[in-house]
Each structure stands twice: as structure tokens, then as C-alpha cells.
Ligand binder design. Structure first.
Ligand code: BTN
Length: 263
């Protein structure tokens, strides 16, 4: 039996309607545990929450620092979508995080393409959406959210400290994780229900209204070349349209976007 299958949650609770939270103390990665449960038939709405992750993963397999105090969770979903549409889940999850932080703490968060939520230009949350597909059919999607909630900035290497933030730092006090998770799951569910009803374009418009990088000078790395230009739009497929300094309009499906000035 693998180590993963011997894991037992310390608690399970129906924090929000339709969502059952399996709370673990330490796991490798909540995405990995959620994927394992989904492969074994876990139903839509199972949420894997951990106090800490030993091998938290970000996009492009980057290490995601996940000490105690953060909110590290992954949701199992079984949407009827095609594989390229799975990225829509990332958009609605980041909208839900931004809206929750605004509602609960009167913060002014912004979403950033493709998978970040920022406060005053610093990353407070990242999203990792992974889809399992067979014969071009999505079997399940796991969306993982990492929120730097009650984490001290000292937990991050000095080299990245200026680019990240935590809720504790922004607010000057710790937040109550259960309230945050409950509100977040409720907001996510509202958007997910609309996505299933075909409201993708409206949801994308809402996401864009929460973005602070559109029409700003940006750079995009990770595409084979470093692109410099103005972020013009996000298209219906979730791709970034960037007007290069040469005037050419370029469509980018994946990359690391940076604002060239802090806003
Ligand atoms: C990124 O910004 O690159 C995405 C970060 C995603 C981190 C979360 S934490 C919960 C879930 N488990 C993981 O291993 N990763 C995601």
C-alpha cells in the first residue's frame, strides 16, 4: 500500500453546501492527494485541506512554499468540459479568491494572468489546475489553491520576499481560516454553477474586471523569448493577447507575466 493511501484526515466537515472538507495535518501536496482520491472515485466537491505541504507544487512543477499558517487546499471537480476548457476553472477560482478577500477583509486584490491573486502587486495566492483526461474526455479536474494567509514573510527566501505577501502582513493580524475557506467555497460554487450553465463569457468578463494588468506595460517570459509589450486582452480560450513593442499582436497560451511597473 502506498504511503498516500494510508493517509487519514484528522477531520472531515461539510464546510459549505456541496463541499466536504478532508482536513489533513501534513501531506506531500493536496493536489496529489486529491488526484489520488479522484482516481479512486471521490465525488465532485471533495476538498483536500492540509496544514502544511512537504512537496507543494506550483505551475511548471515549481516548488510552492507551504508552511503551517497557510491555506493549502484542492477541490475535486467532475465538469463536463473538453480538456482545453479546464483552464476556465483557474479563472473562476482566482475570481472567487479575490472576491472573498475583498468581502471579508476589505482588501483590494487583483487577479493576474494566468493563475495569481495579488495585493498591491504582490502575490498572495496561486492556483494549480490539473485535469485527468481519457480519449479527449475530462475524467476529473483538481484545482489547488495556495493562500498565504497566516504566514510570516520570513518563511520565504529573501530573494522572493518583495514579490509575495500574506494576509497577516496586509491586515496586521491573523485571519480565521474556517471563515475564509467557507466563504471561498461558497463564492467558488456560485461561479462554478454558472460555468456549468454556460456563462463562461460573463465569468471571464468578471475576471477581467478584477485584473490590474490589462492595458499596462508587461513582460512575458517562458515562451522561448522574453516578450515586451502592452497586455491588450484575454481571449475566450484564456490566452493573453499582447501588443509587442514592434506593433505586432501576439497570442500567448502560457507564460510568466510581469507588470513593468508596480501598481
Ligand atoms: C502557482 O502559483 O504556481 C500555483 C501554486 C499552487 C499552490 C497550491 S497549494 C495547494 C495545492 N497543492 C499544491 O501542491 N499546489 C497547490
Amino acid at each position: 500500500m502506498s504511503r498516500k493511501s494510508r493517509l487519514r484526515p484528522i477531520e472531515t466537515s461539510p464546510l459549505a453546501q456541496g463541499y466536504e472538507v478532508y482536513h489533513y495535518d501534513t501531506v506531500s501536496s493536496t493536489n496529489d492527494v486529491a488526484k489520488e482520491l479522484a482516481k479512486r472515485g471521490a465525488k465532485e466537491g471533495i476538498v483536500v485541506l492540509a496544514d502544511e505541504q512537504t512537496r507543494g507544487r506550483g505551475r511548471l512543477n515549481r516548488h510552492w512554499i507551504s508552511p503551517k499558517g497557510g491555506i493549502w487546499l484542492s477541490i475535486v471537480l467532475r465538469p463536463q468540459i473538453s480538456p482545453p476548457e479546464a483552464s476556465r476553472i483557474t479563472f473562476i477560482a482566482s475570481s472567487a479568491v479575490a472576491e472573498t478577500l475583498r468581502q471579508l477583509y476589505a482588501l483590494d486584490p487583483a487577479v493576474k494572468w494566468p493563475n495569481d491573486v495579488l495585493i498591491a502587486g504582490r502575490k498572495v495566492c496561486g492556483m494549480l489546475t490539473e485535469a485527468s483526461t481519457r480519449a479527449d474526455i475530462v475524467q476529473f479536474v483538481v484545482v489547488g489553491l495556495g493562500i498565504n494567509a497566516n504566514v510570516d514573510l520570513q518563511a520565504f527566501p529573501s530573494g522572493v520576499r518583495r514579490d509575495v505577501t500574506t494576509l497577516k502582513r496586509e491586515l496586521g493580524h491573523a485571519v480565521e481560516p474556517r471563515t475564509l475557506i467557507k466563504t471561498l467555497l461558497q463564492d467558488f460554487d456560485y461561479r462554478y454553477a454558472r460555468l456549468k450553465e454556460g456563462a463562461w463569457l460573463a465569468l471571464l468578463r468578471e475576471w477581467k474586471s478584477q485584473a490590474a494588468f490589462l492595458h499596462e506595460p508587461v513582460s512575458v517570459a517562458g515562451t522561448g523569448e522574453n516578450l515586451l509589450g502592452e497586455a491588450v486582452d484575454i481571449d475566450e480560450d484564456g490566452a493573453l493577447l499582447i501588443r509587442l513593442e514592434t506593433g505586432v499582436l501576439k497570442r500567448v497560451l502560457a507564460g510568466d507575466l510581469k507588470l513593468r511597473k508596480r501598481i
